[in-house]
Unconditional design. Sequence first.
Length: 363
Amino acid sequence: MSTSSQSYPMSGGDDQHSYIHNSSYQKAVIDGVEEKARQYILEKIDLLNLNPDLSTFTIADFGCSIGPNTFHAVQNIIDIVKLKHLKESQGISTHVPLEFQVCFNDLPNNDFNTLFRTLPPSFEQKYFSVGVPGSFYGQVLPRNSIHIGHTSYTTHWLSKVPENVCDKKSPAWNKNYIHCNNLLEEVTEAYKVQFTKDMSVFLKARAEELVPGGLMIALGECFPDDVAMYETWSGIVLDTIGDCLLDMATSGVLTHEQIELFSMPVYFPQYSELERAIEQNGSFTIEMMETTRHPLEAKQLTNDFVTSMFRAFLSTMIEKHFGYTVVDQLFNQLAKKLSKHPLDFEKCKKNMVYYIVLKRNEH
Ligand SMILES: C[S@@+](CC[C@H](N)C(=O)[O-])C[C@H]1O[C@@H](n2cnc3c(N)ncnc32)[C@H](O)[C@@H]1O
């Protein structure tokens, strides 16, 4: 069963600040790997061998948020599986068309109402939907029930902030920094330990839920091994948000102590760290592990785009720690700071997008 997790879902609803309207950065990656997924599934997954009597094909999206990206991701998978099933069952007289079930998983306080209200119309969708509230750092679905699992831009959200980084007496205290920017060695170490533990729990749970031979597809971002978070554009944005909070403490809107006790449960691993975490698990074979540049990297992302994107990620967390009234002011200040000191995407070190396909080993 799912264990508890610190829970900061993306901005719900469908107003201008919602994740629905501020998730095109992630969608660009989902779209970018569509062709790779198509080729891989067409070549490698052996549906009739999974189960010759298969009539319901079950897909789960772990950390689906509120859409629309999850709808694109699952529809891509369904289209490919349908095609594959048709090819494999040619000439088989007992062939029955597959039915699809999609399990949308996210934290219980995710805005599932908006997710289900904005599902594509049923004549387009042609699948049965199930909401699965619970932390993916634990089993959220029955054993051997999922044929393809998908997750995008999720596992950098840790199950919790490593305890020591908010403890002023600990050598791993993160001081006035609000995330793991890799400037303090002990802090980085504490985050690394938490990330490795969490990945192990995540993969163990998925190994229970997937059928033998089932696939787990994961997309997200990591760094080359010689790059630190503070050198990347997203690291610079998070450090700038930290500076805005400090300015707000100086002007009395919040306290320095609130900042000293705040650190985000977010960690982007380096490539080899991610690879090691998967290999150590042992329940899956890495069928594909590729990295590319982010499709939007070549374009200069505007300050407005960056501010809105980070607001959609972080406002529930900021609200919980600093109070509701802080959110507008913080992101207005961020927009001002970014226009005074624009991000220089050319000079920043680059993040990498990863695309991983894992196959659940037979027991
Ligand atoms: C950046 S969003 C990505 C959403 C979507 N997959 C996409 O690619 O657009 C990260 C999502 O992961 C969810 N999440 C974070 N930790 C989680 C956990 N422990 N269990 C389930 N979902 C989690 C968040 O609530 C959020 O909806």
